[in-house]
Ligand binder design. Structure first.
Ligand SMILES: [Zn+2]
Length: 478
């Protein structure tokens, strides 16, 4: 009996000791990881480098920019006797609906400065007071001009989801949102030579005042003012909190940013993925409503049922094509890179004037859709527990015989115009040693060249900003 007791006690003590030992091992050392030796950083490169002369804008880009500039000439367009659209004063437009009992303002542009100029022009048309303000969504180019149109007591309408996005963007994530905006607009490049049109539309304010919505809704909201009916619907697409405004009597539709004159920015590179499927499904629903007038929040209004139907139908097809092809690529086991290489708009879609990739891009959309629908691991092993990128970069640089070797090749490639490859080689050196000034400098030059070759507004901005950051790191003045 005593012996059995003794055995039980010994077993108990052993379990406690072993358990404690295992626990200590995990607490002190963490889970078992493969041992990897961190390679040594390479020394700073010492090559002589004569930068290329500053890039010039290609002539076809200039003609494209002139067209763009024309689109941003301040204009107040009369859509019907009671609907006016002010566009070209800034990036975002403002629509005004005149009723027998005052005005409804749909979207408010991005700054008080632009809004004031618009309000002055509206005042030449009518002296009625503003009764309602509607935000189609939470993006800054639609809301920050509101103080000009607002007076206490005027209801401001948005979806519940839009208010959540305002809190996310302009409170919780504000520093990042500002940074991503500066990256996209090219504003990180203050000393950078600015091609003409870039001085134009952007009128972002440093400390904008947010007029918060006072009426919010989940799915739909209707009201009547001065004999005119307004039907608002929550239409996910450009954002999850997007809405459209429908005037059933005149069949006028305000789609917000569900339609503008470009392949849409389905996945803006630095921000959250947008609901792509909802986007084309809502366009299809809008087509079924047979609008006679389309009054978007950027670009020109469109009049005539057939013209509206035509544009929206093709717009929806373009979005659906990219979505469906990306889903197919995922199911077939293609990697994100392979999907991006494979998917392009077919000629009947690519040839549509309103699907030109001047603002959004198909390749960015494929990446965004791919990432939104899948997890971060590709199933191929190395990506499950990757090393910090500097490890591989340092190995490769050591094998090549030093950073100078990689940068010498980058300089050759730069002369040959292979700027993306230049950036990737420079990044390999920068990852291995972030203080390598020459790598930053060579990369800045190639980024500038890529920016000037861009046919897309956002690409242009992103490259300009990235070049400015590299110049800063290289301690080279622009
Ligand atoms: Zn917008």
């Amino acid at each position: 009996m005593k012996i059995r007791m003794l055995i039980i006690i010994v077993q108990f003590v052993l379990i406690i000791v072993l358990g404690a030992a295992l626990l200590t091992r995990y607490v002190v050392f963490g889970a078992v990881e493969p041992m990897v030796r961190e390679p040594k950083a390479p020394g700073e490169s010492t090559l002589a480098y004569q930068p290329l002369p500053p890039p010039r804008i290609p002539s076809d880009t200039i003609s494209q920019l002139v067209k763009f500039k024309k689109n941003f000439t301040p204009t107040v367009e009369k859509v019907t006797d009671r609907i006016y659209l002010a566009r070209g004063f800034a990036l975002g437009s403002v629509a005004m609906v005149i009723t027998d009992d005052g005005l409804v303002i749909v979207d408010t542009t991005e700054s008080r400065e632009a809004a004031r100029a618009i309000w002055e022009r509206f005042r030449e048309i009518t002296d009625q007071p503003v009764r309602y303000i509607i935000y189609t969504h939470s993006h800054r180019d639609h809301i920050f001009g509101a103080p000009v149109f607002y007076s206490p007591g005027v209801p401001v309408i948005a979806t519940e989801e839009a208010v959540k996005m305002m809190d996310l963007y302009y409170r919780e994530l504000l520093p990042f949102i500002e940074r991503s905006r500066d990256n996209q607009s090219g504003r990180l490049a203050p000393g950078f030579a600015r091609p003409l049109p870039m001085k134009g539309p952007f009128k972002h304010e440093l400390q904008p005042e947010l007029i918060r919505p006072t009426i919010t809704f989940a799915e739909s909201y209707e009201f009547e003012l001065g004999g005119t009916k307004f039907e608002l619907r929550h239409t996910r697409g450009e954002t999850t909190g997007h809405l459209m405004v429908w005037l059933p009597e005149v069949k006028a539709l305000f789609p917000g940013d569900l339609y503008y004159e470009s392949f849409p920015n389905l996945s803006t590179p630095m921000l959250e993925q947008r609901p792509v499927k909802d986007w084309y499904e809502w366009l299809d629903r809008i087509v079924a409503m047979e609008p006679e007038y389309l009054v978007p929040s950027h670009n020109r209004p469109i009049s005539g049922r057939e013209a509206v139907r035509e544009v929206l139908t093709w717009h929806s097809r373009g979005i659906r094509y990219v979505y469906d092809e990306t889903v197919k690529a995922i199911n077939e086991g293609l990697t994100e890179e392979e999907a991006v290489e494979k998917i392009h708009l077919p000629p009947d879609l690519a040839g549509r004037w309103h699907l030109a990739e001047v603002y959004g891009r198909v390749d960015w959309s494929v990446r965004g859709i791919y990432r939104a629908l899948t997890g971060w691991y590709d199933g191929r092993g190395a990506g499950l527990n990757p090393l910090p990128a500097r490890y591989v970069s340092r190995e490769v640089i050591a094998l090549a015989g030093g950073a100078d070797k990689l940068l010498a090749r980058a300089i050759e490639l730069q002369k040959a115009g292979e700027h993306q490859l230049v950036c990737e080689l420079c990044d390999m050196v920068i990852r291995a040693n972030s203080k390598d000034k020459l790598a930053h400098n060579i990369k800045a030059v190639s980024l500038e060249y890529m920016g000037y070759q861009a046919k897309n507004l956002n690409v242009f901005g992103f490259y300009r900003s990235a070049a400015a950051l590299e110049r800063q790191a290289a301690e080279v003045k622009p």
